[in-house]
Design a protein around this ligand. Sequence first.
Ligand code: PHE
Length: 329
Amino acid sequence: MDMMQQRILDSKNMAELEMVRIEFFGKKGSVTQKFNALKDLEGEEKKQVAKELNLLKATFEKMFAQKKEELENIALKEALLAEKIDVSLFSNSTKRSVGHPINYTKDRIIEYFRNLDFDLCVGPLVEDDFHNFQALNLPEYHPARDMQDTFYFKDSMLLRTHTSPVQIRTMLSQKPPIKMICPGPTFRRDYDLTHTPMFHQVEGLVVDHKDKANFANLKYTLEDFLKYLFGDVKVRFRSSFFPFTEPSAEVDISCNFCGGSGCRVCSHTGWLEVLGCGVVDSHVFESVGYEGVSGYAFGMGIERLAMLTCGVNDLRSFFETDLRVLEQF
Ligand code: PHE
């Protein structure tokens, strides 16, 4: 009996413990054999031996259960230790994403202009009529002020329709020279395949002493910027109109999908419109009390640039947070 107890205590794992059980209580186990031999005994002796064997069996079962629990606990602890994950460890299997295409594109734009020492400015999303329209030479009858295009609140407050009001806020709070960009959300009452009510723009404004910031500087900066963003593309300036710039231009790049030969993306024109710009209109300087200065400004839609640089053809997929789309970046 002592030997059996010792064997149980010495078992180092479940397999060894099971071996002990088989040895003593298996079909051919030594104790089982003694139970079988009971039939050959009689009277007091049979009673006595049966009592001893049952005691032995009870002792075994108790010790076996205790040892089993002990071994199972050890095995569990070992398994937990072995499967422990150190989340701070570097893993090769993790795919690194460049982030959401809009943020990625925004960051690339910021990086370019920060390298040229442009300041990063911000402005409120809920604007007043003065900053969003009036000071930008957008008179009351201008179609952009239409209820169809602008989200209005009470008291002439509105959701900014472009980032251009930040031009006004910056000029009112700083003295020239100014070199700034302002990325951020903008809002218009539009919703179709290529428009969403909220979208993002990056505004740029440079103001310096008279004749130091002119159309030639603007043209050079934007051409270089577009080559940085799109690689080797052709850039053309098309005469246009914005109330806050004069002269004004819209800038096109040669279609980076077909190389300029014409495709669906560029509506078979070979060109893609990517931003608006111009020399700051004197009325704008008047409204902020600037004198003896010149300047240029530009504005671009980040979604459009992200669609063209990341090869996304449905604007809405930017806002659907679909992991299958986002994981591609
Ligand atoms: N604010 C204009 C727009 O939203 C873009 C622009 C900015 C044009 C600055 C010229 C100068 O379309």
